[in-house]
Design a protein around this ligand. Structure first.
Ligand SMILES: Nc1nc2c(c(=O)[nH]1)N[C@H]1C(S)=C(S)[C@@H](COP(=O)(O)OP(=O)(O)OC[C@H]3O[C@@H](n4cnc5c(=O)[nH]c(N)nc54)[C@H](O)[C@@H]3O)O[C@H]1N2
Ligand SMILES: Nc1nc2c(c(=O)[nH]1)N[C@H]1C(S)=C(S)[C@@H](COP(=O)(O)OP(=O)(O)OC[C@H]3O[C@@H](n4cnc5c(=O)[nH]c(N)nc54)[C@H](O)[C@@H]3O)O[C@H]1N2
Ligand SMILES: [Mo]
Length: 671
């Protein structure tokens, strides 16, 4: 008899991973398994193609690292020895441990730990938040990314909607500041190229000569953490040379005189000394900026990850106001647009007030696990891989190794963190559950349905946390417990968005999908003005807003280690598919000074830890800067440690942000 023909279908979805583009997707599903993933044109930014890494999703879904069943630790902590158990046993155990922690040591002894593994609206801050709130757990400040940028954008503009990515084609000058879209959000690249073909100039500010820096009219390569100097020198020049748009500022801004005063000491010479960028290039940059319209600044996240990060981003964002670059299509700035959805999405039926328990800064996970009082007794990790992604990795690992800590890891994969767990719970992948997905670069919003059944016994976050609430007797009447009910509640107040989703399969924000700043989108500050020196930010920053903190390098550790995103992973997601060992990129001059050649294995070290990797010589780096990819798993290096073993858990000037790029190191040849 002939074999039955395989059932083959095409289903639509969208990508909720932490990337600005939020691609619209099409999945080919054969006999209940995703065999192929590609882009569609539903999102005008996607334009029918997706990145090479997400194309590899089927390998992630059904590969050897997929977590398929609940399991309990049977070997020593961190040994990775586990025994399969049933969901019933797993949920009973998790509930018992949560109850025990709350009753014996108080709710704050429970620490939920999550970040942006999925940017979907259902897998975070729904039933999970309800569980931890009702337990009176410690709260988590989600600061590992975008916290300084978010504080700066909120302080100056109340998070105004930014220039849409397709509108980049209208700009006459594009400034890419601390962002590498060729890796971290590829769909804007064709719009930048289109603008260049039409005569636009391109400026890239980045310590590395990135692919787009090679195509730029001007590349400024600052020492990591010194962008504040560049922006302040530009602001000073605009005011001093009569190029500031005083009319715009009088009508739309506060703090103008104070900003001008703070910029005054920043001559090109002083800024050149602080940033390592020649004074002539600084002047060329600001003249180009002043003379071009529409002029657009695309601010990324690369320049927030240091001690001056918040002030640097704030100063860069002040530029379009000072120079009067708003009000035209393709002029202004683009940052994260995640806040544009809050006006139309109603969270009232999903949220409930958090209890006034202590807040833990996630960048201090190691210290918290080792030193907090009351001690953390139960760590519940989901949507996050802290053993790989948080700073001060050695400290994080020492914390995870504590015998008196019970760690639950709810994951899709056997990550570095899952190996430290006492209990692992298998999570569904976004192609296996329902989700609400919002773009933070492109202006799109989707409602995903699962395209394939879960691999193994994986379950969605919403269901697992709802189940734990019930087991702990914490349910309340009216609790929404399913993805569908939560999605309906979130969309309940926006008839427009519901209608667009039904009709088009995609919805836009209230400001429209191509807002012109100061025409269609205004600051969401109470007075709708730009606040150039907001008081709250000024109080928060250790040296006041726009105060410059010196480079943390020393004679012992002179090299700045940066760890930017690469096209291979999204943070550490997909890290299991990186098969070749990682390499440390070193400028030939720095290598030569240390007797190091390409291919040599080195020890990269400082007082926090060390990593062992081979060297790749790269003349595109600024001398004095070395680079190791973000998001590596321990298996990618010879020492089992990554860039985060060298990254300090010091905090940025605003938002309690991470300072990955303040890592200062030395390198020695081993072999
Ligand atoms: N492929 C891929 N895409 C991603 C991600 C990923 O890991 N992989 N991550 C996603 C996430 S979570 C985020 S937050 C974004 C991040 O994406 P981006 O905003 O592009 O940020 P990074 O990759 O951290 O750094 C961007 C650039 O900043 C430079 N840089 C480092 N320090 C400094 C500095 O002090 N000043 C200046 N001017 N530049 C500096 C780096 O050399 C790098 O080229 O991308 C998202 N998209
Ligand atoms: N050295 C260095 N380190 C960095 C950075 C850097 O620049 N340098 N950048 C930082 C940045 S920008 C960020 S955003 C952070 C991100 O760091 P993390 O928040 O740790 O994000 P990911 O590494 O992507 O890990 C997310 C995990 O969530 C899981 N996951 C995804 N969806 C679900 C789900 O629906 N349910 C459950 N239960 N699990 C799910 C995935 O399998 C994945 O293992 O990393 C930071 N780390
Ligand atoms: Mo991030």
């Amino acid at each position: 008899m002939a074999e039955p023909l395989p059932v083959s279908e095409t289903r639509t979805s969208s990508c909720p991973l932490d990337c600005p583009d939020a691609c619209s997707l099409e999945a080919r599903v054969v006999d209940g398994r995703v065999v192929k993933l590609d882009g569609t044109r539903l999102n005008p930014v996607t334009q029918g193609y997706i990145c090479a890494k997400v194309r590899r999703m089927p390998e992630l879904l059904y590969g050897p690292d997929r977590l398929l069943y609940p399991a309990r630790r049977v070997g020593p902590k961190g040994s990775g020895e586990f025994a399969r158990i049933s969901w019933e046993e797993a949920l009973d155990l998790a509930a018992e441990k949560l109850r025990e922690a709350r009753d014996r040591w108080g709710g704050e002894s429970v620490l939920p730990f999550c970040y942006g593994g999925s940017n979907g609206l259902l897998s975070q801050d729904t039933t999970d938040a309800r569980l931890f709130h009702r337990l009176g757990a410690s709260r988590l400040a989600r600061t590992v990314c975008a916290a300084p940028t978010g504080r700066a954008a909120a302080g100056l503009y109340g998070k105004m909607a930014g220039v849409a990515l397709p509108d980049f084609r209208h700009a006459r000058l594009i400034v890419l500041w601390g962002v590498n879209p060729s890796a971290s959000g590829i769909h804007v690249v064709p719009f930048i190229q289109e603008a260049q073909r039409a005569g636009a100039r391109l400026v890239v500010i980045d310590p590395r000569r990135t692919p787009l820096a090679k195509k730029a009219d001007l590349h400024l390569a600052p020492r990591p953490g010194s962008d504040l100097a560049i922006a302040m020198a530009a602001i000073r020049w605009l005011f001093e040379e009569g190029q500031a748009d005083l009319g715009f500022l009088a009508a739309h801004a506060t703090g103008v005189e104070e900003l001008r005063r703070r910029a005054l000491p920043w001559t090109f010479e002083r800024a050149a000394e602080a940033s390592g960028v020649p004074a002539e290039d600084l002047e060329r940059f600001v003249r180009l900026y002043a003379d071009s319209s529409p002029a657009l600044i695309r601010a990324g996240w690369g320049f927030e990850r240091n001690r001056n990060g918040g002030s640097s981003v704030a100063a860069a964002l002040a530029l379009p106001a000072v120079a009067g670059k708003f009000g035209v299509r393709g002029g202004g700035y683009t940052l994260s647009n995640s806040a544009v959805w809050t006006s139309s999405l109603d969270r009232a039926e999903v949220d409930e007030p958090a209890p006034p328990t202590r807040t833990v800064n996630m960048n201090r996970l190691g210290e918290t696990l080792l030193e907090a009082d009351p001690a953390v007794r139960l760590l519940f990790v989901y949507n996050c891989n802290p053993a790989a992604t948080m700073p001060n990795q050695e400290k994080v690992r020492r914390g995870l190794a504590r015998e008196d800590l019970f760690t639950v890891v709810f994951e899709q994969a056997w990550t570095d963190t899952a190996r430290w767990a006492d209990l692992v719970l298998p999570a569904t992948h976004f192609l296996e559950h329902s989700e609400l997905v919002k773009g933070y670069g492109s202006y799109v919003f989707y409602r995903n349905q699962p395209v394939a059944p879960p691999a193994g016994e994986a379950r969605p976050n919403v269901e697992v946390f709802a189940g734990l609430i019930r087991r702990l007797g914490l349910s309340r009447p009216g609790d929404l417990e399913t993805e569908e009910a939560l999605a309906d509640a979130l969309l309940s107040r926006s008839e427009r968005m519901r209608g667009e989703l039904e009709r088009d399969g995609v919805a836009g924000p209230d400001c429209g999908t191509a807002p012109v700043q100061f025409v269609d989108a205004f600051p969401m500050t109470p007075d709708r003005k730009v606040h150039l020196v907001p008081e709250a930010l000024d109080r928060e920053a250790p040296l006041g807003l726009y105060g410059f903190q010196a480079d943390p390098g020393s004679e012992r550790f002179p090299l700045a280690l940066i760890s930017p995103s690469t096209s291979r992973t999204i943070s550490s997601t997909l890290g299991q598919l990186v098969r070749e060992p990682a390499t440390l990129e070193v400028h030939p001059r720095d290598a030569e000074a240390r007797g190091i050649a390409g291919g040599d294995v080195v020890r990269v070290w400082n007082d926090l830890g060390e990593t062992r990797v081979a060297v790749r010589l790269n003349p595109d780096l600024r001398p004095g800067v070395v680079s190791l990819p973000k998001g590596l798993w321990s298996r990618s290096t010879l020492s089992g440690t990554t860039a985060n073993a060298l990254a300090p858990d010091t905090l940025a000037d605003l938002g309690g942000g991470a300072c990955f790029n303040d890592a200062r190191v030395e390198i020695d040849k081993i072999s």
